[in-house]
Structure formats: C-alpha cells, structure tokens
Design a protein around this ligand. Structure first.
Ligand SMILES: [Zn+2]
Length: 493
C-alpha cells in the first residue's frame, strides 16, 4: 500500500495588510521528499503522527512536501505558486498511489487565490482520480464547499490551544488506512451556522461553550455514533461570504446521520452564541481599573494586534495609553519596529534619542508614538519557547532593543514573533511579573502563561485581529451574520 503525505499550513487574515513570502515558511520548516520523513519523524506535527501510524502499518510512504508559514495576511502570488508546485509536483511524479493525506491549515489566503486549500485539493484530485484523500485542518479552518466536496474526509484539531496537532495526524492517517483496508466507509457532511465568534471563548478548557462541545463530540465518537465529529469555530478575520461556525461530521457510510448530527451541532452553537462574547475595555478604562487591583501583574490583552492571527505586532496604541496615563509603576510592551531598533543601535546603550515607535507596518490604526527613549539594552533577539506547541523550539525576533520610555519598558524587535508564554520579555531582560502592567498581544496563550495574574483585561483596540468583530470593515461577508446582525432565523446551510 502506498500513501502520499504532505503538509502546507498558513493562517491568513484578509483584514491584515501583511503580505507573506517564502521566507516566512522557510523560517519554520520546509521539507521535501525523504528529508520530510527523516526530519519530522518523532516530532510534534501532523506529519509526525502520520509517519508513526503508516510505518507501524507497513505502508509505503510517498513523501511530498511539508511546510508551515505561521500566520499573517495573504501569501504573495509568487510564494503561493512555488509552494503549490512543491507540494503537488511530487504527487504527479509518484505514479499510482492508494491514498493521499494532506495536512492543511484551512484558513490560508493568497494574493489572487481566496481558497488555496480548495485549489490544492482540486489539483490533487485531478492527479489521483477517485482514490481517498484524507485532509486534516486547524479548528480555525474556513471550510469551503470546494474543500468539503473534494476531500474524502476532513479531521480538525480538537483542542484550542492546539495541543493535539500530532494526534490529528495520527487520527487522519489511521482513518485513511482503515478506509483503504475496507474497515470503514467514511462519508462526511458539513454544516455552518451564520456566526463568527471571538477567539478567547473558543478555548476548549474551562468554562466555555467550546469545552462543552469538545466533550459532546468525544462522547459521540466513543459511542460509535460517528467516526469523527469536528467543531470548527473558524478564524474570525476572514472576509468571505460563507465564513461561519462549522461542523464536519464523518460517519461510517451513513450520510443522512452525518448531516443530521452536523446540523444538530451548529444549531447548538447558534443557541449558545451569546456565551462567546467577551467583555472589552478601552485601554484607559483597563489601566484605571488595573491600578485598583491587588499586587501582581495586570495583563492588558491587545488581541487586535495578534501575530498568531495575522496582526503585524507593531501597534503602539496601548503604549500611547500607558504614556498618557502618566504611570509611576513599571509596565512593559513588545512592538515590532526594525527602524527603531536600528536607531537604538546607532545611539548606543545608556543614550537617549527621539523615537517614533510602532504603527509603521500597519499605519491604518494610528500614528507612531513619538517620545524620548533611553536605550537600556541591545540584544540578538533569540529565545527558546517555553509554552505551547513550540515549547523547546528555538526562535528569533531578530536584532532587538530594550527602551525606557517613561515608566514603560518597551521591547522593540526587528521581526514579529508569536508569544506562547513570556519568552520575548525574558529575552529582553524584563521580568514581566515585576511589572504592574504587561501588554500581551494574543487572545489565548496569555490565559495560560499568566494564569496567576490578578486581572486580565481584553482591550477594545483597533486592529485586524480584534475581538470586537462587529467593528471591522466587512465588505464581502454574507449578511445577516452574527454578531454583525442578530434576531434573524439562520439556515444552517
Ligand atoms: Zn488555530
């Protein structure tokens, strides 16, 4: 038995001005052919899980290409052409295969291509004909009609934070092998509720609707009612007509049952839609309330500038609010600003200079903050992740500087980097727990990293990854759609 495997993951954001290039994929991993198996065997990604299952089953693995580009806006047209070619040319050259497994994010967007996963599946289908194509996605995938029709089945991550990436690869490969050995006949039906929900309450632990949905899906699988039930609450910053809260249900040769359960799942999500709302605070209000909270760092969550969701990481909106508040307690913030790093390097440690910080990559949401900055430290920007799925992995934010601007320790970096815990602050020599206010730029990881913090305020700030979804400049999304609209009868198409 020969099974071709490949991966292409990238989380896009149509509301972000960021354009991503091949370097963003090369900075994570790009593996071709036999190197794919050699490098990813025993690791924590989907391909690692699939390799373990397929090798144990005695299957001949036909390795295609595997890469992850992180998150951003749109992938450039040139990079997209190159990535698609590297994934699919080896499939064309492979001769006959019995099955294909592709690990895709599901929310990739490219210049000139709104549905890259659908395009990949269309070409893969044209190459292999009717053989089973197994697909796995992030639970933030925007599942299109094209994807649902061309994939034999879609298995999504079950967890957010995504702690089951490798397991998703195992589950997908196992179901594909079971299909090819005639043990199951998977059929899938996909339904959507016309709603998008902010990220914090998509968490699958604790007291959230998603935690309940997670348990319900596992119960259906354990009872043998379905082969797999996936909830996909979707990456909510995709301005496409049919973006929505999705259920993908796979049964053993029972399409009517799959459809009935998928409909039941999205109907329940719709019924509980209001539970996904999170209280939002202006930076001024959050700082005022934070001053009244007991000891410990108060977390100001600027989720609107989340690098992990396609933000540019260079918003200075909260820095402005911290400076305007005239604080006499320490605060810290990370801002991507290569120009300010170079100015700090030119000035030297211990010197002061007139800085214009942030809002250069994404100037739409405000001007740079102009202030006198003292260079406290210059450093390389390398760090090791201590939290999340990248824990233990090396990363870099490029040459960086620690600036003192009033009471605020401003870490400026050359490149953007996602925060899983407090790695970037520690790399800068700042202990965030000794600060009164810590500005984080993510909706999820900070809930784990600062679980002991006395208060966390999710901010109502402008940016392409805001939790205030109704405030975004939507153009293409089909109306009515919650939370832009409410009080209408949904169709669950
Ligand atoms: Zn995700």
């Amino acid at each position: 038995m020969r099974i071709a495997i490949g991966a292409l993951l990238f989380e896009g954001n149509t509301l972000s001005p960021v354009v991503n290039e091949l370097i963003d994929f090369q900075n994570k991993y790009c593996e071709d052919g036999p190197r794919l198996v050699a490098k990813l065997r025993g690791q924590g990604v989907e391909m690692s899980g699939a390799i373990a299952v397929l090798e144990a089953e005695g299957v001949e693995i036909v390795p295609l290409f595997a890469s992850h580009g992180g998150a951003g806006g749109r992938v450039s047209a040139g990079a997209w052409r190159e990535l698609k070619t590297r994934l699919l040319e080896p499939l064309r050259a492979a001769g006959e295969v019995d099955g294909v497994y592709l690990a895709l994010h599901g929310a990739m967007v490219c210049q000139g291509e709104d549905d890259p996963e659908g395009a990949i599946l269309e070409e893969a289908r044209a190459i292999v004909g009717s053989v089973p194509i197994a697909v796995s996605t992030d639970l933030h995938a925007h599942v299109t009609r094209q994807m649902a029709e061309l994939a034999t089945f879609i298995v999504a991550y079950q967890l957010y934070p995504h702690d089951d990436v490798r397991e998703t690869g195992e589950r997908s490969a196992r179901m594909l092998v079971d299909t090819l050995r005639g043990r199951v006949r998977p059929v899938m039906r996909v339904r959507k509720a016309p709603m998008i929900v902010p990220a914090p309450k998509q968490r699958t632990h604790g007291d959230t609707p998603m935690a309940d949905f997670y348990r319900q899906a596992r119960a259906r699988e354990a009872a043998g009612e379905v082969l797999c039930a996936s909830y996909l609450p979707v990456q909510p910053w995709m301005d496409f007509p049919d973006v929505g809260f999705t259920a993908a249900v796979i049964t053993d040769d029972d399409p009517a049952l799959a459809d009935a359960i998928a409909k039941e799942m999205v109907r329940e999500a719709w019924r509980r839609r209001a539970e996904f709302a999170v209280p939002l605070y202006t930076p001024q209000e959050a700082i005022r309330r934070g001053m009244e909270v007991g000891p410990g760092p108060v977390i100001l969550s600027d989720t609107a500038d989340c690098v992990g969701g396609g933000g540019s990481g260079d918003s200075a909106v909260v820095l402005r609010a911290l400076l305007d508040a005239g604080l006499d307690v320490p605060a810290t913030i990370l801002i991507v600003d290569a120009e300010t790093v170079r100015q700090a390097q030119a000035a030297g440690v211990g010197r002061r200079f007139s800085a214009r910080i942030g809002n250069k990559l994404n100037p739409v949401y405000g001007p740079p903050v102009e202030a006198q900055a003292e260079v406290a430290r210059l450093f390389e920007g390398r760090f090791t992740y201590t939290g999340g799925i990248l824990a233990g992995g090396e990363a870099t934010m490029g040459p960086s500087a620690l600036l003192r601007v009033g009471a605020v320790r401003v870490v400026v970096s050359t490149h953007s980097s996602y925060e899983y815990a407090d790695e970037q602050f520690l790399a800068a020599g700042v202990d965030p727990r000794a600060c009164r206010f810590v500005v984080v730029k993510n909706p999820m990881n900070a809930q784990t990293a600062y679980a002991d913090a006395p208060a966390m305020f999710i901010l109502d700030t402008p940016g392409p990854t805001t939790c205030n979804l109704a405030a975004l400049p939507w153009r293409r999304i089909t109306r009515p759609r919650y939370p832009l609209d409410d009080g209408f009868v949904p169709d669950f198409a």
